[in-house]
Design a protein around this ligand. Sequence first.
Ligand code: ATP
Length: 445
Amino acid sequence: MLNDVVTMDKIVSLCKRRGFIFPASEIYGGIANTYDYGHYGVLLKNNVVAQWWKSMIQDRDDVVALDSAIIQHPRTWEASGHLAGFTDPLVDCRTCKQRFRADHLGELECGRKPSKHPGEDAQCDLTEAREFNLMFETTIGPVKEAGATVYLRPETAQGIFLDFKQVLQFARRKPPFGIAQVGKSFRNEITPGNFIFRTLEFEQMEMEFFVPPAEAQHWFEHWLRERLDWYVRLGIDPERLRLRAHDADELSHYSSATSDVEYLFPIGWSELEGIANRGDFDLTQHARYSGERLEYADPQTGERYVPHVIEPAAGVGRSMLAFLCDAYDEDEIGGERRTVLRLHPALAPVKVAVLPLLRRDGHPELARQVYEDVRRQVKAEYDDGGAIGRRYRRQDEIGTPFAVTIDHQSLEDRTVTLRDRDTLAQERVPIDGLGQLLAGRLTVE
Ligand code: ATP
């Protein structure tokens, strides 16, 4: 069922109100398309990344981990094609002095008349489109003029290709095998970002899967299914997910086939993740530019070949935005409206809230003991501030799947009420073994 309650404004406001995500440098008026992650935002982000790692290196045995540098040798970007080709066509308006993506004019607002698109008003005066590189430049060395120009990586993938030979040796792998990495990438994007959908710096979760050339199509299809499934396993409504194959004119210079996993965001269907068949483009290019042989030699048959590469490339922020939009709901309990994030328990920033019913009669003391006990197994939060209903609401809003309430009966028989965020069912369960019970309810199918 399509969720028509959620809007981007509601997500932005909830994220700010509860300290998930908010504009960066706010005391200076903010900075374009840049956000900071607060306490719950960091916990949610860590959980998303942990689930990605789990699917890559715990649930299978043909992928290894890597963490390569953000600033690489500048030749990297010559070889990869980014220096020459990683550009957006931009136009400037001589009247309003704003700069626009030439290929997005139909979605953008005129700088002076927001009801019109750039170029539509008689006073608009757009320049010819020029290609601008999206890579951020900086300089290594103490003197700017004498230093070497280097780039902040626009994708994590290239670091993986540079280390292909190393990993082949120390991980003792043979194709098909993958190298996975999570880390920050940087792009000088000028299109309005739609919150964390498009930011200047963002984390990527990328995996390069090296395969014998004849198996490329098989693995491409394998990773399409795998990656789509990952979102569904973590609770996203399959009706709001789809795969969209790129047309020939959309394909990147390195790709023979690409499909995007798209999600129905409140802004419409948009890319969540790209899955590309990169062929042997990257290894061949880096071999040519570096002079190193980047290929696989089979010790048994002596056969040598340059593996082909299948790449699932996802964004952490975009995934989080999809998880948040999909989980957002509003309903009514006892005549009172509540906002609830129905996040998968494995993703929820806090798994259980421990709440003493009263702030006297021994409730807080026992609740504190229960809290200290369960937090050894799951991320818990203790809250004794305000009416119980208000405390439930606070937890619903950040997506906490379980709440444990300590009352008079708890002091007598060491049981507590366990409340379920979604069904609102309350069950009486023993304090002993509570952490274990909760940990068991967090697993991903
Ligand atoms: P778009 O067309 O939206 O700019 P892209 O096709 O350039 O994206 P890729 O280069 O395929 O993106 O990057 C892989 C993933 O990294 C994207 O699917 C997205 O999740 C994430 N990503 C890319 N650029 C950004 C950005 N500026 N901000 C946030 N996430 C991004």
